[in-house]
Design a protein around this ligand. Structure first.
Ligand code: ACO
Length: 331
């Protein structure tokens, strides 16, 4: 593919709430153990949003940082996309609250719902608008307040999730494929919607007391089945991204995977024959922050100098839907 424009990551940001919930804290209220959680997931602690925080407040903080890092003013933002599955309210969109907070009134602002793959779905949208030349600056944010949609009595799910936000400011640069987002590949399979879901009806049945009593407004997951499909799909979609760009796995300087489970990431790296030293891992600190996990990882890599101009990274995620995707970025 030859494009006249590229979509370049010009700035990054992240926000993690201050409150840390450790595995030891969870031991006090659940029949679980620090050792079990570490062995099965790699998670040691996660962040929990304060009462006054929400997906929009965290997204605005991460977004502001990304704008500052890019040297782009809020008045120059053409579009704000927030990937979230824990929005402030059913509507208006979380992105509209973020727009107001950032005073970025020249932008179109909306949310997308692809759960843990949300950031990659958003990147795929942003890539098109920038490469076609329609827009110049797109603020793409992943933000989740998972602590509000987990059942804190269900040890098989609540131990996995955490809160946080990550953001990138994507900028159109008029050059041919030299750097920036080289590709995105996204997929869905609605026949697997039962694997991970929040089953309580809103538009389907109206919010109802029975569903509240049955804790249907929190995350339900078939862990084992999800694990297997996550390893398979993430491996396949990363291989597809490499092939599309005519790259070998040895050309990749950093793999930035969605952080759902350390064992999933290790299994994917093993299938790709890729060394774990070159995989960005922060699941031990933050758990699964769903749509926020990849941009939090990008921000970490960018600010620590783990990615340098000319390096190539591959991103990969699998989430509820089922949804999955990959992207290749040249820095
Ligand atoms: N502490 C102690 N024991 C536990 C806990 C816990 N927190 N949770 C479950 N167990 C027990 C189970 O009850 C079970 O006991 P049993 O054998 O007596 O029945 C045993 O541990 C094994 O349970 P499994 O579910 O088989 O454990 P597994 O090794 O599969 O790990 C996990 C579970 C961590 C959930 C794993 O399956 C996983 O990570 N799955 C994928 C998650 C994922 O990728 N999600 C996608 C993104 S999320 C999104 O999109 C919102």
């Amino acid at each position: 593919m030859t494009d006249l424009n590229t979509a370049v990551v010009a700035g990054t940001g992240a926000y993690l709430p201050e409150k840390i919930l450790t595995n030891q804290d969870l031991e006090k209220s659940l029949d679980t153990s620090d050792a079990w959680i570490i062995e099965r997931t790699g998670i040691r602690e996660r962040r929990i949003a304060a009462e006054e925080e929400s997906a929009s407040t965290m997204a605005a903080k991460a977004g502001k940082q990304a704008l500052e890092a890019a040297g782009v003013g809020p008045e120059d933002v053409d579009m704000i996309i927030v990937a979230t599955s824990s929005p402030d309210v059913l509507f208006p969109s979380t992105a509209c609250f973020v727009q107001n907070e950032l005073q970025a009134f020249g932008s179109a602002a909306y949310d997308i719902s692809a759960v843990c793959s949300g950031f990659l779905f958003g990147l795929s949208i942003a890539e098109q608008y920038l490469k076609t030349g329609r827009y110049k600056h797109i603020l793409l944010i992943g933000s989740e307040v998972n602590s509000r949609i987990v059942d804190w009595t269900d040890r098989s799910t609540c131990i996995l999730f955490g809160d946080g936000a990550g953001a990138v400011l994507l900028k159109r640069v008029e050059q041919k494929n030299a750097s920036g987002v080289l590709s995105t590949h996204i997929y869905s399979d609605g026949s697997l919607s039962d694997l991970i879901c929040v089953p309580g009806g809103i538009g389907r049945t109206g919010i109802n007391k029975q569903d509240i009593d049955d804790k249907k407004y929190s995350i339900k997951m078939s862990g084992n089945a999800t694990f297997k499909v996550a390893v398979k799909r993430m491996t396949q979609v990363i291989q597809e991204a490499l092939q599309f760009n005519d790259l070998g796995i040895e050309d990749i300087g950093l793999l930035i995977p969605h952080q759902a489970n350390e064992r999933i990431i290790r299994a994917v790296a093993e299938r790709l024959k890729y060394p774990m030293e070159k995989v960005l891992m922060n699941i031990h600190k933050y758990g699964n922050t769903s749509a926020a996990s990849i941009p939090i990882g990008i921000n970490e890599a960018w600010r620590s100098g783990r990615v340098q101009p000319g390096d190539t990274s591959v991103l990969g995620a699998v989430g509820a839907g089922l949804t999955w995707g990959s992207a290749v970025i040249k820095w």
